[in-house]
Write a protein that binds this ligand. Structure first.
Ligand SMILES: [Zn+2]
Length: 88
């Protein structure tokens, strides 16, 4: 870990409602029901399949990407199943 990078990054005090201006900032501390997150960066990501966009903490961005990938993979499998009778 490069600690200088974390210290130099802008700090975001918001715990919700992030927007484009917050991208790249660090949330020093975020406590949720799932755990305590420290020094987490706010990122902007999008789904390459459907174009949905997300701005928020890295952890949630990963969940967004993974969730969309799972959903669209399921949709593709379902369509293949309908046309070819193939179900993986
Ligand atoms: Zn999507």
């Amino acid at each position: 870990m490069n600690k200088d990078m974390i210290i130099d990054a802008d700090v975001c005090e918001k715990l919700e409602g992030w927007d484009e201006e917050d991208v790249g900032k660090i949330i020093p501390l975020r406590i949720t029901a799932n755990g305590t997150y420290r020094n987490e960066m706010i990122v902007e990501v999008f789904c390459q399949f459907c174009g949905a966009e997300f701005i928020g903490p890295s952890r949630e961005a990963g969940g967004f990407i993974g969730g969309h990938e799972c959903l669209h993979a399921w949709q593709v499998r379902k369509d293949l199943g309908r046309e070819d009778g193939l179900v993986e």
